[in-house]
Design a protein around this ligand. Sequence first.
Ligand code: 4AD
Ligand code: MG
Length: 433
Amino acid sequence: MSKKWVYIQDLGSYVGQEITLKGWVYNTRSSGSKIKFLLLRDGTGYIQCVLFQGETLQEYLDQFSLLTQESSVIVTGIVREEKRALGGFELGLTSFEIVHKTEDYPITPKEHGTGFLMDQRHLWIRSKRQHAVLRVRAEVIRLCREFFDKNGFLCVDAPILTPSACEGTTTLFEVGYFGEKAYLTQSGQLYSEATARAFGKVYCFGPTFRAEKSKTRKHLTEFWMLEPEVSFATLDENMELAENLVEYVIQKIMETREPELKSLERNCDVLKKYRAPFERLHYNDAAKMLEKGSPDFKYGSDFGAPQETFLTSKYDKPFFVHRFPKAIKAFYMKQDPEDATLSLSCDLLAPEGYGEVIGGGCREESIDVLLKEIEKHKLDQKDFEWYLDLRRYGSAPSAGFGLGIERAVAWICGIEHVRETIPFPRMLERLRP
Ligand code: 4AD
Ligand code: MG
């Protein structure tokens, strides 16, 4: 008979009471004919349920073998404190009802290859490891928003369908738009510059798209980006904002998601050391280090994976590289007044081999310079008239950055590949499920 329906995460308030849980069979195990164990998950946690002759009717002991992996069930029983059990509680089962009996669940406790698991992503997300990663992801997002909301930023979202490129024309996804060409957004930045002139300091958060042909552990074609933009901010102020955000998220995540991080075997003591301020490395100094240590590097070029790996091996905290060459940056990036070949840009590189998690900088505020850059980058000026208006009416310095959520989550969780940090990853060779 069904009692009050509660969730596993709330069981602490129901010790000694008979309650009902609704969920799925994670595992079963028998200890002779008189005692049987069901490990149940309901999405909020796991609990061991015990079926004991004498506490339940014989019919339930007889039906126990019908409880196959991932069958959906409604169970009723008495909550007991049990220090040795996962989560600290167990349920003395009095009855259960099978809602749906699952046959041949494709993901079994044996080892599966990643390709197979990616094809089964819609089911794979039920597993413990994926659960932990996605719970960390949700918390990272919540903390990012909390940081900006607490610091007086206004959340103003940017459009997804756009008429023009923000980050170069080679990675655009084209879509038809009532007879016109449109593109999925690569970054909300240009729009955030507009909203920052309207509201001072803002952020946007949403999916961004890049037709990346690279098959690496860091590239998705659809990823989520958090982008703050601050009118009148300098490059230094921009880096300060970025390091405060990263410190906030990392220090706070341990308050609520330490069990998940531990289950992923993440060393939380290492994370605890990631406190601001983070070092600032000038591109020219980074280049000197690379010229010595990274054979394929040439001054003036962007960092590839080998350069990021080399640089991150020299630091045990996140660090900034600033003032990248102007020629490798997007059209809007402001020239360094001290060296016209450089730009007022900054990337935050995560240690432990993770590399770039944040990219940003100062925006060009002179309309004349911007017009030349638009031409140089072979962009169509008419698509940017609205953006140029921001320089015609109350032009001002402006700086901001983009934090890639999946890269940040991969680093925080200490996992190898970004594909596990988003519920349904989109990559060069993966559009399904
Ligand atoms: O460095 P990016 O390209 O910077 C921008 O898009 C700026 N418009 C942001 C701004 O200033 N508002 O991208 C920012 C971050 C990167 O540091 C990385 O974390 C993430 O977005 N990123 C990706 N993550 C996963 N897959 C990809 N293909 C990514 N490309 C960028
Ligand atoms: Mg970048």
